[in-house]
Design a protein. Structure first.
Length: 268
């Protein structure tokens, strides 16, 4: 937890038990969520001011830790009581303005190594779990300060085309709608449009070999087919029933390359 190390070094002289170290970690999580500590006890004291540090005497009572916090936007004031029950710590937090209450129970041994109180790099464990417990058990139920919620990474779908070098640019200008036509790789769309009285589905009864099954790139009937259709004879995007083989000189055997049976019989 970034920033906890200098706080722990500052508070180390007052830390004598594992629960002290846990309270220190909980305090820093509240700081990270936009709260500042005002002091100890249930009631405000003189000359209080917001601080990221723990107040003097915060560890005096090893059975019940009482701390008060206020959000940086002054919208929330929290009263935190950390009560030790055997080996567990019960966190009871109340928002003084809304009177909402949240409770979380933590097993001290799950997050603190008692034999390493002198070594910050070994004293804490399962820090991500502790962060999640504080966030879901205290911050979310009580409502954190405005603008302090951790944001998720920006969705990949929100990245503009110009900012993603791995994506091909769109074929039409941004903000315009692409013309509706059947999927070129879905030969089973045939007949779908004739079943929709509103014409919202793709695929009519006529099988268009230019847009069904495996596409034939470079063939556009609206630009004309040499020897068969002049340019403009087929409206752009229209379905049409081709009346001959597509293209000129298409590969494949001549359908008449084999003579009929008995072709040399003069009586046939």
């Amino acid at each position: 937890m970034a920033g906890l190390e200098p706080l722990y070094a500052w508070a180390r002289p007052a830390i004598s038990r594992p629960q002290d170290a846990l309270v220190c970690g909980i305090h820093w999580e509240l700081i990270q969520h936009g709260y500042r500590c005002l002091g100890t006890g249930d009631q405000p004291g003189p000359d209080e001011r917001k601080s990221e540090l723990l107040p003097a005497g915060w560890e005096a009572n090893k059975e019940v830790y009482t701390l008060r916090y206020k959000s940086t936007d002054d919208a929330h004031e929290l009263l935190l009581k950390a009560i030790m029950v055997e080996d567990s710590m019960i966190l009871n937090v109340m928002d003084c303005s809304s009177q909402k209450v949240a409770d979380v129970t933590l097993a001290v041994a799950d997050y603190i190594n008692p034999e390493h109180l002198d070594d910050f790099h070994k004293v804490y464990k399962n820090t991500e779990e502790l962060r999640t417990r504080i966030s879901s058990g205290i911050i979310s139920p009580l409502g954190g300060p405005a603008g302090k919620a951790r944001k998720d990474p920006e969705s990949k779908e929100d990245v503009l085309w110009d900012e993603n070098p791995l994506r091909h640019p769109p074929r039409q200008p941004m903000g315009t709608r692409a013309p509706s036509r059947p999927s070129p790789l879905n030969p089973f769309a045939v007949g779908g449009e004739d079943l929709d009285p509103f014409g919202g589905r793709s695929g009519g009864m006529i099988v268009d070999p230019l847009h069904s099954g495996i596409p034939h790139p470079g063939i556009d009937p609206s630009s004309g087919i040499p020897g068969r259709l002049p340019p403009g004879a087929v409206p752009p995007g229209a379905r049409f029933d081709p009346f001959g083989p597509l293209g000129i000189g298409r590969p494949g055997p001549d359908p008449d390359h084999l003579p009929p049976p008995g072709y040399d019989d003069m009586f046939m």
